[in-house]
Design a protein around this ligand. Structure first.
Ligand SMILES: Nc1ncnc2c1ncn2[C@@H]1O[C@H](COP(=O)(O)OP(=O)(O)OP(=O)(O)O)[C@@H](O)[C@H]1O
Length: 335
């Protein structure tokens, strides 16, 4: 993709900050590349949508924004994108303030809302061309860039159809292309996988990984946690307008993963697990099964071996949730 459109007075950009260089419990200073928000609040009438929220998404990484319905994810993303003014707190996008340096932030940010919401009668190509004009991309090369983006999101064949004729999934792909038109350094994507079929989800995953690898800060809000495990390098969990937890995927994995074990004889399975001193819970279902948290793959392999060696007829033995989902469920249970 062509180089980014530098903001007037753009600052020198350092190397992408790896997650381990940026502690998740401490939001770094304003000059960091990527996105930082500190104690950001926003109220709508009597609803406190976001309250003292902290958020950090480094350049070169995919950061998941996770939380239940109404947690404040969209409100936070709108503030990061400079589309909504915070009541309080500090936001920096590659060091720029969305409130005071609004134009610079617009150039830095690619925003993909959860619904497309543009000019239904224009074609995908016309919409992207118009967006390229809005961002003042040079006329020379504009058509080529639009074609490349249409190809990247697999809309070449539908490029000249009116947008209203596109399916929900196709509109999502157009929305992503629109967010990328000006080669932003920060991508804010609200539920990007919503409406996508499994093949398109895999393509989205690969595209987001590539964009992060090219140095962009990619922020993805989603409810589909199993998917985020494959995409994200780190996650910020929010609930009721507040940040509840920030962690890397490695940290999440270190907290263990829930496995489901099914056996021919449920009583024998429970007896062995008791003998091994493991905490487990019985699960409903057609066959007797239990679930328990294991710390890593070695633990899982060794437990499976011991069960089989002790004569338990193990029918299935598999992780039930991803690392992020396990953290989410733990937070939910604590709440
Ligand atoms: N424009 C608005 N006017 C009034 N209340 C609003 C407005 N926007 C958001 N809210 C309220 O703020 C809270 C947070 O909403 P927000 O859309 O940010 O949540 P969310 O985490 O994105 O939810 P979802 O996962 O359902 O999309 C909700 O209680 C919502 O009703």
């Amino acid at each position: 993709m062509p180089g980014s459109d530098p903001a007037p007075g753009a600052r020198a950009e350092g190397a992408a900050a790896p997650y381990d260089a940026v502690p998740y419990d401490a939001v770094p200073g304003g000059a960091a590349r990527g996105v930082t928000a500190q104690r950001v609040s926003r109220r709508f009438g009597s609803v406190q949508a976001v309250e003292y929220m902290d958020f950090h998404a480094p350049a070169g990484k995919v950061t998941a924004l996770i939380g239940p319905n109404g947690a404040g994810k969209t409100t936070l993303l709108l503030m990061l994108a400079s589309l909504l003014r915070p009541d309080a707190g500090t936001i920096r996008i590659d060091g720029f303030d969305p409130v005071r340096e609004h134009a610079a932030v617009r150039r830095k940010v690619g925003w993909m809302p959860d619904t497309l919401g543009v000019w239904d009668s224009l074609s995908a190509r016309e919409i992207l061309t118009q967006m390229a004009r809005f961002y003042r991309l040079p006329a020379e090369g504009r058509g080529q860039r639009v074609s490349r983006l249409l190809h990247a999101v697999r809309l070449d064949a539908l490029a000249d159809q009116p947008a209203r004729a596109l399916s929900r999934g196709q509109q999502q792909r157009l929305s992503l292309a629109r967010a990328l038109i000006h080669d932003p350094s920060v991508l804010l994507l609200d539920e990007p996988a919503s409406g996508l079929d499994p093949g398109s989800r895999v393509e989205l995953r690969n595209l987001l990984r590539q964009l992060a690898a090219s140095g962009k800060a990619v922020v993805v809000s989603s409810h589909v946690l199993s998917e985020l495990d494959e995409i994200a390098d780190g996650a910020v969990f929010v609930n009721q307008g507040r940040t509840v937890k920030q962690q890397t995927l490695e940290e999440a994995a270190q907290e263990g993963r829930r496995y489901s074990v099914t056996a021919l004889d449920g009583a024998a399975l429970s007896a062995r697990l008791h003998e091994f001193g493991l905490v487990f819970r019985a699960e409903g279902g057609r066959r007797p099964s239990v679930s328990l948290v294991l710390m890593d793959d070695d633990d899982a392999a060794s437990l499976l071996k011991r069960l089989v060696e002790s004569g338990v007829g193990v029918v299935s033995f598999a992780p039930t949730t991803g690392a992020l989902e396990e953290t989410y469920m733990t937070l939910d249970a604590e709440r």
